[in-house]
Ligand binder design. Structure first.
Ligand SMILES: Cc1cc2nc3c(=O)[nH]c(=O)nc-3n(C[C@H](O)[C@H](O)[C@H](O)COP(=O)(O)OP(=O)(O)OC[C@H]3O[C@@H](n4cnc5c(N)ncnc54)[C@H](O)[C@@H]3O)c2cc1C
Ligand SMILES: NC(=O)c1ccc[n+]([C@@H]2O[C@H](COP(=O)([O-])OP(=O)(O)OC[C@H]3O[C@@H](n4cnc5c(N)ncnc54)[C@H](OP(=O)(O)O)[C@@H]3O)[C@@H](O)[C@H]2O)c1
Length: 501
């Protein structure tokens, strides 16, 4: 997910110029004010809504949770010890976001989301405790939310910003009732006392690393991370992350062995055993952490590969697997003692089931959508940041604005809207381009690939050219609108002439 801010990206200068800009309070009265329903009040929803308001659209944000657990999305529901893994330069989810540190904490990120929400006057445009269960299109092409036109009115577009981290995932462990200690989810560690205790962490993802750091800081007596599959870990280094994200092909290529070899030799070094063998770096979301290996080297924690056989009163019976042996394969069983189990087993993916049924029709079900976020047939629905599976990049970057402005362009200018056939053709074409990728075409992408998608999609349709600066940088909405007006006038004139003949 760590999509990286490309070094030398021209938008950086622009973002800096705009970083303290305040939102426009009025929009051009000649421009019809369109309405967009934004589903989710996490950073994507708040940022997308701010972009819409900033460009003269009206929005209504719907959040299923109460304000204290919903505003800020997942960042309002994780530990206060959580922090960004990627550099904050790559987590500027809106141009006006400003961080004081390179790797801001949960609190700092949440504060940025809330302050953006207030700055763009989104408070009065947000309803909490309101889960969206349906969005339906009227014959006139407007959207109705939860069959409740009376209360919410009609909308021209939908921004589904439901994220990918919903409720904590707590898979039951075999015989877990026998355990004599406590079991927590990794997102629920605030206030837990693990001083001097033996901590067992189940899982080998980013949350497992965070739980390990929590346990180290809290003075745990012993820490074991029980990981059933190997994942790539990369340094917390802006240059390394940017370079990896520059892979324009968005998949393993013949040169991928170079970064993989460099990581093994110069980053993993003596811990090469825990680097993945069968999965390349461009197949799954890597974790970014530079401290983990030192903590393992210093004996503060152990990282073990294998499967949980059963939970015992005093710990976990674990089948240690050798490198390369698949999950569930043979190994050496042994008891790993523990007083506390932390389930770093991830989060449930929030459902997009409220969208019309046909958006899930194979072979064009998410994430195999136009530009990954627009379902074929519906360029007026943008599932911003809600369809991705794996990537090298970050969820919280300028692409939130770019996708929102694609939607704004499609809503404003009919000539830029892709047809259902064209949307499907683009998806098929991308699949063809990535037919050799070890993952399905849209299950993994890099940031450079996204940029290529955007450029290609803008270039292919001459009516979109005038919008290019707007889509990429948010510049010049009024100019394309003037052209749109002229095009509309010309179309009206041609229609009149055709009628009179
Ligand atoms: C501890 C932690 C650290 C992370 N660090 C990074 C990082 O360093 N870099 C990175 O790129 N990513 C990171 N992530 C991933 C993180 O999910 C994203 O970066 C980002 O916060 C996602 O924001 P979002 O707004 O898209 O989704 P969310 O923050 O999940 O917000 C979605 C909102 O939509 C609401 N919602 C869902 N369904 C409905 C519905 N039907 N109706 C109404 N509302 C609904 C939810 O209640 C939620 O509030 C991290 C995640 C965690 C848990
Ligand atoms: N600071 C940060 O940047 C940060 C911190 C936390 C989370 N995040 C983000 O949040 C998202 C979720 O991360 P996450 O680490 O919570 O979840 P995750 O990436 O889904 O990892 C879950 C881990 O738990 C393992 N697991 C699941 N069920 C299991 C079971 N029954 N028995 C044993 N192991 C099991 C998985 O193994 P398999 O892989 O074999 O299924 C995997 O190793 C990711 O996008 C991540 O990048 C980021």
């Amino acid at each position: 997910m760590y999509l990286v801010y490309l070094a030398g990206d021209p938008s950086i200068a622009y973002l800096h110029l705009r970083s303290n800009s305040t939102p426009p309070t009025t929009s051009n009265p000649n421009i019809p004010r369109k309405r967009v329903a934004v589903i989710g009040a996490g950073l994507t929803g708040v940022s997308s809504a701010a972009h819409c308001v900033g460009h003269g659209f009206d929005v209504q944000i719907f959040e299923s949770r109460p304000k204290d657990k919903g505003l800020g999305g997942i960042w309002s529901r994780v530990n206060s010890t959580s922090a960004l893994q990627v550099h904050s330069l790559m987590y500027r989810f809106h141009p006006s976001v400003h961080y004081d540190s390179a790797y801001p904490s949960q609190k700092q990120i949440q504060e940025q989301i809330i302050s953006l929400w207030k700055r763009y006057d989104l408070e009065r445009r947000t309803v909490f405790d309101t889960r969206i269960t349906s969005v339906k299109k009227t014959k006139q092409g407007k959207w109705i939310i939860n069959d409740n036109e009376g209360e919410y009115g009609q909308f021209d577009g939908i921004l589904a910003c439901t994220g990918v981290c919903g409720d904590p995932k707590m898979p039951p462990l075999p015989d877990q009732d026998q355990f004599g200690g406590q079991i927590f989810h990794s997102s629920n560690l605030d206030g837990k006392d693990v001083k001097g205790k033996k901590v067992l962490i189940v899982g080998g993802g980013a949350s497992a690393i965070e739980a390990l750091e929590f346990a180290v800081k809290s003075g745990a007596g012993e820490i074991d991370v029980l990981s059933r599959s190997d994942k790539w870990i990369i340094p917390r280094n802006v240059l390394v992350q940017s370079l990896l994200a520059c892979n324009i092909f968005g998949q393993e290529i013949s040169l991928s062995w170079i970064p993989e070899w460099l990581l093994r030799k110069f980053f993993y070094r003596d811990l090469e055993d825990i680097a993945p063998t069968d999965d390349g770096i461009f197949t799954q979301t890597p974790m970014a952490n530079s401290e983990l290996f030192n903590q393992i080297r210093e004996g503060k924690a152990h990282w073990v590969r294998g499967d949980i056989v059963s939970v015992e009163k005093t710990g976990v019976l674990f089948n240690h697997r050798a490198k390369g042996v698949p999950k569930g394969g043979p190994g050496r069983e042994g008891l790993i003692e523990g007083d506390v189990i932390v389930m770093a087993t991830g989060f449930k993916r929030p459902s997009l089931n409220f969208l019309p049924n046909e958006v899930f029709d194979e072979p064009y079900s998410p994430p195999s959508w136009y530009l990954q976020v627009f379902p074929p047939k519906y360029p007026d629905i943008c599932a911003n940041n809600s369809t991705y599976v794996d990537a090298i990049g970050t969820v919280g970057n300028m692409h939130i604005g770019i996708y929102t402005r694609f939607l704004i362009m499609f809503l404003t200018d009919p000539l830029t809207r892709p047809t259902e056939e064209w949307m499907k053709t683009w998806i098929d074409f991308t699949r063809f381009m990535k037919k050799l990728a070890p993952t399905r075409a849209f299950d993994f992408f890099t940031y450079a690939e996204l940029i290529y998608w955007y450029i290609f999609v803008l270039i292919i349709n001459p009516f979109r050219w005038k919008w290019a600066l707007f889509v990429f940088f948010g510049i010049g909405r009024s100019l394309p609108l003037i052209v749109v007006e002229q095009e509309n006038a010309l179309r009206r004139e041609l229609k009149k002439q055709r009628k009179s003949h």
